[in-house]
Design a protein around this ligand. Structure first.
Ligand code: PHE
Length: 342
């Protein structure tokens, strides 16, 4: 009988090819080749009919042993190959936790927003409330009720965008004074920040859109001394405690008396530089005592109440504080500029 050595050869070949295989796919092919329906072991089993009947049990037993041996070798090889693959994967997925991380850049507040927050916080700490008003405003509030009637020469100081003859893009935040006084009873203590518009051409110090902060205080016995003290406190807090101020006579139709306020140049500290054109001082804002006829126009009795108001350019506060020489930088949103203020 020469079937038995054939069987042993089959086992030997199978074990050799299993152990020399390096891939799971190839291993599966070997399995089909030996144990599958058309596999060599299955074929050997089919050949049993050619064997002498008395030898058949022994032959059958050996076939079973071989199937078990091949299956076992197969399983072991699968585990070994999976182990190798896992090690390989771990090697590839290895993370060096000591490497520096990838930095994600996070945004920051725009310098104008920062300046607004600083300014707001100083005034809020002095008891001011925040008021809001529309950017598209009635001519009546932007001009007329502020003592600037139609055809008044003071209108020429503010080149205006008219929406209709009665509606304008507000040229300053002062109309919020009117809106506040129409709505609230004294005592009033508010600031009103916001965008304002003037038909100006763009250059290093002008922009048709800019930002102001208005201030308004109305109550009994409010005097020019209160105005000076409030602004002095604000400017010292904002630019530093050594900041000095100068109140020069000025003119605004809606305040009487009116003043323009200069403060020590934040760039040179008063010694004189390019920013302050050698004077050591820079004009910061306009202010004055609320004109009695403005109070009366809003239904507040000027015999009982007095008040002061001020208005300052937020962009100007920022350019002076940071020594920015071109206002356009504040609106162009160039990240190289903005990232300096994070
Ligand atoms: N509204 C004035 C301007 O834009 C500034 C100002 C406000 C002056 C309040 C006096 C009082 O120039």
């Amino acid at each position: 009988m020469d079937n038995a050595p054939k069987l042993e050869k089959l086992l030997e070949d199978a074990l050799v090819s299993i152990s020399s295989t390096t891939g799971l796919e190839r291993l599966d092919k070997i399995r089909i080749g030996v144990l599958g329906k058309k596999g060599s072991l299955t074929a050997a089993l089919r050949g049993m009919k050619d064997i002498a009947p008395k030898e058949r049990p022994l032959f059958g037993k050996r076939v079973n042993e071989i199937r078990d041996a091949v299956t076992k070798a197969m399983d072991e090889k699968i585990s070994a190959l999976e182990e190798v693959a896992k090690k390989e994967r771990l090697k590839q997925e290895h993370i060096d936790v000591t490497l520096p991380g990838t930095k994600h850049s996070i945004g920051g507040l725009h310098p104008l927003t920062q300046i607004y927050y600083e300014t707001r916080d100083i005034f809020v700490s002095m008891g001011f409330e925040i008021m809001d008003g529309p950017e598209v405003e009635y001519d009546k509030y932007n001009f007329e009720m502020l003592n600037i009637p139609k055809d008044h020469p003071a209108r020429d100081m503010q080149d205006t965008f008219y929406v209709t003859p009665d509606i304008v893009l507000r040229t300053h935040t002062s109309p919020v004074q009117i809106r506040t006084m129409l709505r609230k009873e004294p005592p009033i203590r508010v600031i009103a920040p916001g965008r304002v518009y003037r038909s100006d051409d763009v250059d290093s110090t002008h922009s048709p859109i800019f930002n102001q902060i208005e201030g308004l205080v109305v109550g009994k016995d409010i005097s020019f001394a209160n105005l000076k003290d409030t602004l002095n406190r604000f400017l010292k807090e904002f630019y530093g405690k050594d900041t000095k101020t100068k109140f020069r006579p000025g003119h605004f139709p809606f305040t009487e008396p009116s003043a323009e306020v200069d403060a020590t140049c934040a760039k040179c500290g008063g010694s004189g530089c390019g920013v302050c054109k050698g004077t050591g001082m820079i004009e910061i804002l306009g202010c004055g005592m609320v004109h009695p006829s403005v109070l009366a126009g809003c239904g507040i009795d000027p015999e009982v109440y007095t008040g002061f108001a001020f208005g300052m350019g937020l962009d100007r506060l920022a350019t002076i504080k940071y020594g920015i020489t071109d206002i356009r930088l504040l609106f162009e949103n160039d990240i190289r500029f903005l990232s300096q203020f994070k």
